[in-house]
Design a protein around this ligand. Structure first.
Ligand code: PLP
Length: 379
């Protein structure tokens, strides 16, 4: 079965009791047992499991070409659960460009429980090997990254990670399962914030961990139950509903993003466009090798001051100023004052995040309207 067919059919059969085409929402905290300890369908309490979780898990595992998935209350809830499979003294190597909340979770929470988080920015395989010589339990990275859409070579990173016996974990949120399948390069765990492209409508928060490893699956299910980081059945249902159109949405996100990136690259007020689909992207070849498409996220640096950049953003009508990404509507984000404001300006500049950098989450509106909106704001 191909992706778009799986997105519609896997996990969702017509309800045998009523024929309902769409699965019911099992808004129940608990389940009747036939005799003590004997459940009817394997469910006893919704913190531990619910039919709406199972439906979404089957679906997301299939879309990543994996055996197992466990859904959580949020992306960070999912990561928290996975981190609790580590123990005091364990090391994690993270590659620079991760989601801001990922750093916060390690640095401000789990460091207090003795999990050591080492952030690296390797510029060669040799540097990566050297950084991994501390024998971390995990190698964690994101590709494409936030906000500069850097691309890392998944195959090369997996090779380096396996050499030191590290579990390799990829945050696949920006690409979505439609444009990138990290498991096919040997990645152990794929992580998504389903809040973004997977849910796709900016109306629900959720997360998932996906793996072929039955031990990890068991640990994740245990962690969800033990920590209480389960989604609500309604949220799982809503996310399942969103996934049905994932293929269509991703095609349109990418088509619009490509048109906008090309337009911006030719504009006199633009200093630089960051989009993996452009031939000018330094890792365009690697993106082409490991991705099926380039998704809908763009970063743009203007030849403008901070105040001029703020004015430009305030003139946009179709791009709403907001954090988050991956919904049907276009959003604009200003890293220097929003998502990355907590980072000192000096450090931001070192990372290449200037005051005139904006990030666009390109929606699925008509590309002509989006380009016209950018054109009037730039004028
Ligand atoms: C949003 C996001 C997360 C965190 O997910 P939540 O659902 O907000 O907890 C993690 N990684 C990336 C790349 C994200 O964009």
């Amino acid at each position: 079965m191909k992706f778009a067919t799986k997105a519609i059919h896997v996990g969702s059969e017509p309800d045998p009791a009523t024929g309902a085409i769409m699965p019911p929402i099992y808004m129940t905290s608990t389940f009747a047992q036939t005799s003590p300890g004997e459940t009817i369908a394997g469910y006893d309490y919704t913190r531990a499991g619910n039919p709406n979780f199972t439906i979404l898990e089957k679906l997301l595992a299939a879309l990543e070409g994996a055996k197992f998935a466990t859904v959580f209350s949020s992306g960070l809830g999912a990561l928290s659960a996975l981190i609790t499979t580590l123990k005091h003294g364990d090391k994690v190597v993270g590659v620079g460009g991760l989601y801001g909340g990922t750093y916060r979770l390690f640095h401000q929470v789990f460091s207090r429980f003795g999990i050591e988080f080492v952030v690296i920015s390797p510029s060669s395989v040799e540097e990566l090997d050297k950084a991994l010589s501390i024998h971390p339990k995990w190698l964690l990275f994101e590709t494409p990254t936030n906000p500069l859409l850097e691309i890392f070579d998944i195959e090369a990173f997996v090779k380096a990670g396996k050499k030191v016996g590290a579990l390799v974990i990829v945050d696949n949120t920006f690409a979505s399962p439609y444009f990138q399948s990290p498991l096919r390069w040997g990645v152990d765990v794929v992580w998504h914030s389903t809040t973004k492209y997977i849910g796709g409508h900016s109306d629900v928060i959720g997360g998932v961990m996906i793996t072929d490893n039955p031990t990890i699956k068991k640990e994740l299910d245990f962690a969800r139950k033990a920590l209480g980081v389960n989604p609500s059945p309604f949220d799982a249902w809503l996310t399942t509903r969103g996934v049905k159109t994932l293929a269509l949405r991703m095609e349109q996100h990418q088509k619009n993003a490509m048109a906008i990136a090309t337009y911006l690259e030719g504009h006199a007020k633009v200093k630089k466009v960051y989009y993996p689909g452009l031939a000018s992207h330094p890792r365009h070849d690697i993106a082409k090798k490991q991705m099926y498409g380039f998704s809908g996220m763009i970063a743009v640096e203007f030849k403008l001051s901070l105040d001029e950049t703020k004015t430009l953003i305030s003139k946009l009508k179709l791009f709403t100023l907001a954090e988050s990404l991956g919904g049907v509507e276009s959003l604009v984000n200003h890293p220097a004052t929003m998502t990355h404001a907590s980072i000192p300006q000096e450090d931001r500049l070192k990372m290449g995040w200037s005051d005139s950098l904006i990030r666009l989450s390109v929606g699925i509106e008509d590309a002509e309207d989006l380009i016209a909106d950018l054109a009037q704001a730039l004028a």
